[in-house]
Design a binder for this molecule. Structure first.
Ligand code: AMP
Length: 221
């Protein structure tokens, strides 16, 4: 059984549900690390690696990249992360096959899953959230055209950077495909974890702070 530091949790929810934001909170408050397959794939695309070349067009369409690729990325990431450090899976697993791979990977890396937290949200509101989001190109801090603009226009609150970027898949059409993929392929993994009694459902439409508090209350101390 993993100790306090080594706990593993999954944040589950459709794109824009706030998984990344909540993961950031857990990094700050608990010293956990975030393992986001989306971030890893975007880095691979930027670096032009073989994985990146294969994933690029699939991601632009909002479809899912093959299970073996993302499970391989997670395996590598777990190998790099000291066992005592807690991990947050963000955007992984996304299919039943990935959930099964994750079981094997966790066992191989001597970890156990403490919680699966599902952020429940309203899809139309999410499309609005996603379509306006952007981030600092330097430190990755997240912003939104309407809900969270930098305090000084064009300057990152966190690092002072002045360059920002938008994800090419954050447009309404691709977002709808990503939502459909979530409903068809990702939501069906919940029974896999429900059986073990480790799933908790949190209202992802609540204020960011309230969501963070609810998640904190669900995690082992
Ligand atoms: P995300 O940042 O989690 O929204 O992921 C962005 C895109 O990367 C997705 O729309 C997929 O194309 C791809 N992706 C990320 N994680 C996975 C995964 N676990 N399985 C398959 N595709 C993924």
């Amino acid at each position: 059984m993993a100790g306090r530091g080594g706990q593993a949790i999954i944040l589950l929810g459709p794109p824009g549900a706030g998984k990344g934001t909540q993961a950031q909170r857990l990094i700050e408050t608990r010293g956990m690390v975030q393992l986001s397959t989306g971030d890893m794939l975007r880095a691979a695309v930027r670096a032009g690696t073989p994985v990146g070349l294969e994933a690029k067009a699939i991601m632009e369409r909002g479809e899912l990249v093959p299970d073996a690729i993302v499970s391989g990325l997670i395996d590598e990431a777990l190998s790099r992360t000291p066992e005592s450090v807690g991990v947050i899976f963000d955007g992984y697993p996304r299919t039943v096959a990935q959930a099964e791979s994750l079981d094997r990977l966790l066992e191989a890396h001597g970890r156990s899953l403490a919680r699966v937290i599902e952020l429940e949200v309203d899809e139309e509101t999410l499309i609005d959230r996603i379509a306006g989001r952007f981030s600092c190109a330097q430190c990755g801090a997240g912003y939104h055209d309407r809900h969270k603009r930098p305090r000084v226009a064009g300057v990152c609150d966190v690092c002072g950077g002045t360059e920002f970027r938008r994800r090419p898949d954050d447009n309404a059409l691709t977002v709808r495909t990503r939502m459909a993929e979530y409903r068809a392929k990702t939501a069906p993994i919940l029974p896999h974890y429900d059986e073990r009694g480790i799933v908790a459902r949190v209202d992802g439409m609540a204020a960011m702070e309230d969501v963070a508090q609810e998640i904190a209350a669900l995690l082992p101390v």
